[in-house]
Design a protein around this ligand. Structure first.
Ligand code: SF4
Length: 250
């Protein structure tokens, strides 16, 4: 039995997929998003090691509670622990439980045979992917996360080809992503896909700052101001308008 490195478990998730969800946070993430509010999940191979049955014990004890929802795995970056993820979702899928993967897509390696075989197994038992697109511009993405967005955008297309529903998540940060041009480009990219079922636009907040202090780390965004809910709502409109326009012109 594969053991996973678990950061934490939240038993009453309401924002990580449809309905009420049992949310499992896996440890480890190769990205370094400047606004990350979970830097304590970055380090791989640390924390509690648990089997699938151990992780799911409390879910199955209260299964009726999650009737309208299911299980979401997030992180960190959950696709760093593919074997554990496959075992977990395979079990849930067999039991008719809705499975949702919240990922940045950064681990996607279409030219790696071993990865591809694992991905085939995983996405055969995944109902929904919540895909975080941090920045649509590759250079800006590198500045924001320390990685290119190439794999992430390729991953979105891969899921589209597989017919797997995705919800796009995007954080608007003043002076970084909150620009008409970038939001429009994001909408246009989304319009190249046929599997986008929802779009969450979240305002940047600084609630993670204290974690950096506790970890003795410098907060990368310093005193950058938060985005307002209204700015996030208008950004969402810009993305959706660009999406519709691009879809209509096809
Ligand atoms: S992908 Fe998520 S967990 Fe990883 S650094 Fe970015 S925000 Fe943090």
């Amino acid at each position: 039995m594969t053991k996973g490195f678990i950061h934490s478990i939240e038993t009453c998730g309401t924002v990580d997929g449809p309905g009420l969800r049992y949310v499992i946070f896996l440890q480890g993430c190769p990205m370094r998003c400047q606004y990350c509010h979970n830097p304590d999940t970055w380090e791989p191979n640390v924390g509690d090691q648990m089997t699938v049955d151990e992780v799911l014990r409390s879910f199955y004890n209260n299964r009726a509670f999650y009737k309208s929802g299911g299980v979401t795995v997030t992180g960190g970056e959950p696709m760093m622990q593919m074997d554990f993820l496959i075992e977990l979702f395979t079990k849930l899928h067999k039991d008719g439980v809705h499975t949702c993967l919240d990922t940045s897509g950064i681990m996607f390696q279409p030219n790696n045979k071993v990865f591809k075989e694992k991905a085939e197994k995983l996405f055969a038992v995944t109902d929904l992917v919540m895909l975080d697109i941090k920045h649509i511009d590759d250079e800006k993405h590198k500045e924001l996360t320390s990685h290119s967005n190439e794999r992430i955008l390729a991953f979105a297309k891969y899921l589209d080809d597989k017919g797997i529903d995705i919800w796009i998540r995007h954080v608007v940060v003043p002076g970084i992503t909150l620009y008409q041009e970038y939001l429009t480009r994001l909408g246009e990219f989304m319009a190249t896909l046929n599997n986008v079922k929802a779009l969450d636009v979240l305002p940047y907040h600084t609630m993670g700052k204290v974690k950096y202090e506790n970890l003795g780390m410098e907060y990368p965004l310093g005193d950058k101001r938060e985005a307002t809910k209204q700015e996030a709502a208008s950004a969402r409109n810009i993305i959706l308008m660009a999406y519709k326009k691009a879809k209509e012109s096809k």
